[in-house]
Design a protein around this ligand. Structure first.
Ligand code: DGL
Length: 253
């Protein structure tokens, strides 16, 4: 089917999912919407966040999206259930990979890195209760690092982050899509014996499964990649260039 896949994030984090999607589903048209005017989503109250994200879903539905990826953990934990009730389009969310982290951990000690908003959510608490009851789970919010990634600043590994590496865990689950861009730095910080898990692979496989089941996969063709930002298009073009290593010209929705 020739209709595009839509992706939403508050900023550049979802580009870590975009990169995986392009690899796994190379014939699909993809529209990426960076809602940078509303960055950071973690600072929004639940009701306001729902209104913002559902407006973005409406925009992508108007662009004829056949499936939407909510490439943001914060938006997923707070809005996905409501969105699924109100929109018929299939929506795939991103949540911290707690289940896999717990399964892989031999020491039964894991770290989940998220935004402050995801860290405090009942959704994450329930995931931990359900899938990691036998583990010691340390949940940390590294909000300042997310801002550094969004603003393409140098990542400063402060004392707080450096101390995480002393927790003697063997698995770290990345619960914010922005962290996908600093996975190598985090891997270096925790050392080779620690598995750093990001959700991009699982999410894109789920997208493929849904499209296959719905018989809406695109046929072999040259795909079109479109980028929108609700913020500053010039800034976003620079972010795209540096993070994706390609030139794209973003538009305003
Ligand atoms: N990328 C978003 C996430 O996965 C968070 C960024 C924000 O705070 O808006 O949670």
């Amino acid at each position: 089917m020739d209709r595009p896949i839509g992706i939403i994030d508050s900023g550049v984090g979802g580009l870590s999912i975009w990169q995986e999607l392009v690899k796994l589903l190379p014939w699909e048209d993809i529209i990426y919407l960076a809602d940078q005017r509303n960055f950071p989503y973690r600072a929004k109250q639940k009701k306001e966040l729902y209104r913002i994200v559902s407006d973005n879903v409406k925009f992508l539905v108007k662009q004829k999206a056949k499936l939407i990826v909510l490439a943001c953990n914060t938006a997923t934990v707070h809005t996905l259930d409501g969105l699924r009730q109100n929109f018929p389009v299939p929506i795939v969310g991103v949540v911290p990979v707690v289940k896999k982290a717990a399964e892989l951990s031999r020491k039964k000690k894991i770290i989940v890195l998220a935004t402050s908003s995801t860290a405090q959510s009942n959704y994450l608490k329930n995931l931990v209760k359900k899938f990691a009851g036998d583990c010691q789970v340390f949940i940390y919010a590294l909000d300042e690092v997310i801002d550094q990634i969004e603003n393409l600043q140098r990542i400063v590994i402060t004392g707080k982050i450096a101390n995480l590496s002393k927790k003697d865990v063997d698995v770290v689950a990345l619960g914010c899509t922005h962290y996908g861009f600093i996975k190598p730095q985090l891997q270096k910080l925790f050392g080779k014996k620690v598995r750093v898990l990001e959700p991009a692979g699982a999410v894109t496989r789920q997208v493929k499964r849904v499209l296959t089941n719905n018989q809406t996969l695109a046929g072999k063709r040259t795909p079109r990649y479109t980028f929108y930002t609700t913020g500053d298009a010039i800034k976003f073009n620079k972010q795209l260039r540096l993070l994706l290593k390609k030139e794209f010209l973003a538009k305003k929705p």
